[in-house]
Ligand binder design. Structure first.
Ligand SMILES: Nc1ncnc2c1ncn2[C@@H]1O[C@H](COP(=O)(O)OP(=O)(O)O)[C@@H](O)[C@H]1O
Ligand SMILES: O=C(O)C1=C[C@@H](OP(=O)(O)O)[C@@H](O)[C@H](O)C1
Ligand SMILES: [Mg+2]
Length: 197
């Protein structure tokens, strides 16, 4: 990277595409972290196609996630989720937003590690809780004490999310800034991965 003048957005995008090749970028992390919304912006910035595993599971099942959980239960949802992610990861040049439990499933995790660069979008409990409280479309949080449920999921999941290739912390900043931080963090990771990078 020897250029005159400041590094522009386009330079970073080109550097990233060169180091990444066709590998998908997969966003993982808790419900409310911003995988879906930040993922869309990230894909637009990189000129990549964005896919969301929840949306694709819903399309494949012809039902909403809430209805899948209600009619068939979580185990069936996870079985569908792993199949959908395996299919989506065959497409290169994508940004894939996953559901919060996807990377916790060992089979899904192995697929992601094999085919993609994974990015954990990590966020503070209060921020996550505030965001997920805005909508009631997450069946796992329909419990007597959703704060406690979210806290328990965090305790179980964080050590697994920590296996991601890259971690970024999402604070209360605009989604475009979070997308920018993902680009910087993935670039830094890939520069270390490349022997002469
Ligand atoms: N950086 C951010 N700033 C403000 N709101 C955000 C940010 N990231 C996500 N959100 C909001 O939080 C909610 C959850 O985001 P979403 O992308 O659906 O998360 P996930 O897919 O990880 O569950 C949405 O309402 C989204 O608009
Ligand atoms: O954390 C989880 O287990 C889930 C997260 C949801 O996706 P988001 O993380 O995009 O909300 C969705 O897959 C489902 O409700 C289960
Ligand atoms: Mg999502």
């Amino acid at each position: 990277m020897s250029r005159d003048g400041p590094t522009t957005r386009d330079d970073r995008r080109e550097d990233l595409q060169r180091l990444l090749g066709h590998r998908p970028i997969v966003l993982i992390g808790m419900m409310g972290a911003g995988k879906t919304t930040v993922g869309r912006r990230l894909a637009a910035r990189l000129g990549r196609h964005f896919v969301d595993s929840d949306e694709e599971v819903e399309k494949a099942a012809g039902m909403t996630i809430e209805d899948i959980f209600r009619a068939h239960g979580e185990a069936d949802f996870r079985a569908g989720e792993v199949k959908v992610i395996a299919r989506l990861l065959k497409d290169q040049n994508i940004v894939l937003g996953t559901g919060g439990g996807a990377f916790i499933n060992p089979e899904t995790r192995a697929l992601v590690k094999e085919a993609a660069i994974s990015v954990w979008i990590k966020a503070d409990f209060e921020l996550l809780f505030q965001r997920v409280s805005r909508r009631s479309n997450r069946p796992l949080l329909k419990t007597a004490n959703p704060r406690e449920t979210l806290q328990k999921l965090i305790e179980v999941r964080y050590p697994v999310y920590a296996e991601a290739d890259v971690t970024i912390v999402s604070r209360d900043v605009p989604q475009d800034q979070v997308a920018s931080e993902v680009i910087d963090a993935v670039l830094a990771h890939l520069s270390n991965e490349t022997p002469n990078g």
